[in-house]
Design a protein around this ligand. Sequence first.
Ligand code: 1GP
Length: 236
Amino acid sequence: MYNISEWDHAFKLDPNKTITNEDLRRICMSGTDAIIVGGTDGVTFENVTDLQERIESYDVRCVLEVSDLEAIAPGFDAYFIPLVLNSGEKKWMIDVQHQAIREYADVINWEDMAAEGYCVLNPEAKVFKKTTCTLPSETDVVAYAQMAEHIFRLPVFYMEYSGTYGNPALVQSVASQLDKTTLVYGGGIRSKSQAQEMAAYADVIVVGDVIYDHLETALQTVEAVKSTKMKDGGPS
Ligand code: 1GP
């Protein structure tokens, strides 16, 4: 079971990027709640399974965020399926997911699968362009979050600022609207204080790119997020 509602922090590793064994060991042993394997470009069955095998030797939860039908590998602890709510194309909201279910339904353990209501908020991000998103207003973002919780009853609403630091006030507004749906924040976290700022509002903080250029900073975000959550009233 993936139990994302109990997480505070996750690292996202891109199978298309290189990481040394030592850096991977430190990420896996960092005390994070999970490693999410996911990326936008160049994700293949080979690089996904290669990274999965390397992570498997550590006692850490490992989740595949599915971005490519050809790169779905068995054996992950859970599978996250993004539904891009602010995409201009139905394809990214329902069609690619439908195709995946048609192909893999027989081997899917439904308990291990979670749909993520994705709201992509950085127009420069590859995922924004790839999934032909439009930039929503703040009111629109809050409405997407309300749809995620009340209409689609999704387990996860993901504010995806990939590559840039987001707007904490907007994360706070969204957080105030969500009760059952877990709010995930990801994007541009490059310091402890940014991790703490977003952790004050979002349920789960995802840290990605900084792993590859400032590993020490990346590692510090685990404690930064965990201590913020403790201060806010215990583990969430
Ligand atoms: C990307 O939300 C994650 O999908 C993390 O973003 O790589 O900018 O940290 P960064």
